[in-house]
Design a protein around this ligand. Structure first.
Ligand SMILES: [Zn+2]
Length: 172
């Protein structure tokens, strides 16, 4: 090769330049479709990533679900305490690919209308990030709904569903 300059090792490391501070990345998951995996060791309580996306109302969420053909996309919506939702499918980042698990190593924390994924336990590089979605689904938990929200986390305590148990009048 002609004209190729030899750079010092510290400058030629383009891999580290392309992803300067990433602590996680999206890969295929054994739980479901794609998942998010730690790229480095993460300590309990550490903030890993913000759950970003467009803020939408409940009505708009329902409209978008219908448009996309069913409740499966529901898992891209994160409900906030004030009744609004974050649509991770609209302008969201890698966080929308974090899978649900019944024995999670992360938790979602809401702060002033923003949502952050924090580590619950020490996480090793290469480990998949997971949190408990605790999805509230007010409509009847029919067989189709149960199928759409089935959990495949593989934990001995797996409840088989991403849906939180119905809780009387609490929530919506
Ligand atoms: Zn499970």
């Amino acid at each position: 090769m002609i004209g190729v300059m030899t750079l010092p090792a510290s400058l030629s490391d383009s891999a580290s330049l392309s992803a300067p501070s990433a602590v996680c990345e999206v890969r295929n998951s054994s739980i479901h479709g794609q998942g998010v995996f730690a790229l480095c060791a993460i300590t309990p309580g550490e903030r890993i990533i913000e759950y970003t996306g467009e803020r939408v109302s409940w009505e708009e969420t329902c409209r978008r679900n219908e448009e996309k053909g069913g409740p499966i996309n529901h898992t891209f919506f994160f409900s906030l305490d004030d009744g609004m939702l974050i649509d991770g499918g609209a302008g969201g980042n890698e966080s929308r690919w974090i899978n649900h698990a019944c024995e999670p190593n992360c938790e979602a924390v809401e702060e002033d209308g923003r949502v952050f994924i924090h580590a619950l336990h020490p996480i090793a590089p290469g480990e998949e990030l997971k949190y408990n979605y605790g999805l509230i689904y007010e409509a009847r938990h029919t067989a189709a709904v149960k199928r759409a929200f089935a959990c495949f986390c593989g934990a001995p305590t797996c409840s088989g569903t991403m849906l939180a148990p119905k809780r009387g009048k609490k929530g919506r």
